[in-house]
Ligand binder design. Structure first.
Ligand code: ZN
Length: 239
């Protein structure tokens, strides 16, 4: 095992910024970034210095260019997260837009808000409109740690979006909205007596329900979707 004591900030930051790290390694590096000024500086330089913003703007469809600008100019700093963590997420947001085109094509048979949510889940990206309106549900009892919470626009559907990771770094996205989510293509109803549906798309599992609020959960691993559902139902009401 190579410890961080012997690490190479320039190399590690380059791997991180170019998204060549596996999810578990990325998770460790994000935790390390919060404490290591050298690595943080390298990641910041990588973000600012390589023209990725301009590249993303050229690749992204017109509507998304505004999202990219918003995610850069309105620095998304959620209330209860360390500033660095929020900035890490912003860096990743910008990068992930470069692969939006491919993700969009695969989700084209979905209603636009579902396609947008799938893209966010596939790329682990949130294009922030600002901090989330509601506080993030605490899912630590399910072994899920909050990564970031944002206000987002899912193709016209305003929503809060929360990203969690389990201990091995797998991500799950939770969207909540005052308005109901559209039904995904080829969805099947949840159990009798429960309003909602589940669907598979783009290698991801989706579950949507309306208790205790309109929610949509998306993850590659179906068991993570179940954990979020369970956590939402059993979460203590904030006092
Ligand atoms: Zn470091």
């Amino acid at each position: 095992m190579i410890g961080w004591r012997t690490h190479d900030p320039e190399r590690d930051a380059a791997l991180y910024v170019s998204r060549e790290m596996g999810s578990a390694e990325r998770r460790r590096f994000e935790a390390h970034l919060l404490r290591c000024d050298d690595c943080w500086r390298e990641v910041s330089l990588g973000r600012d210095g390589r023209g990725m913003v301009e590249a993303s703007r050229e690749i992204a469809p017109p509507g998304l260019r505004d999202d990219i600008r918003a995610s850069i100019s309105v620095a998304p700093v959620p209330r209860r997260l360390p500033r660095r963590l929020a900035l890490v997420a912003a860096v990743v947001s910008v990068l992930a837009f470069s692969i939006f085109g491919a993700a969009q094509v695969r989700s084209r048979n979905q209603p636009p808000p579902i396609a947008a949510a799938l893209t966010a889940a596939r790329t682990e990206t949130l294009a922030a409109r600002g901090p989330s309106e509601l506080p993030a549900p605490n899912l630590s009892s399910e072994g899920l740690q909050l990564v970031i919470g944002e206000r987002v626009d899912l193709a016209g559907l305003t929503s809060d979006a929360f990203m969690y990771r389990n201990t091995t770094g797998e991500a799950v996205l939770l969207f909540t909205s005052a308005a109901p989510f559209p039904v995904a293509h080829a969805a099947t109803p949840l159990a009798a007596g429960v309003n909602g549906w589940t669907a598979q798309s783009d290698g991801m599992t989706l579950v949507c329900g309306d208790r205790p609020m309109n929610y949509l959960v998306i993850a590659r691993d179906p068991s993570l979707v179940g954990l979020v559902q369970h956590g939402l139902i059993t979460e203590p009401t904030p006092s």
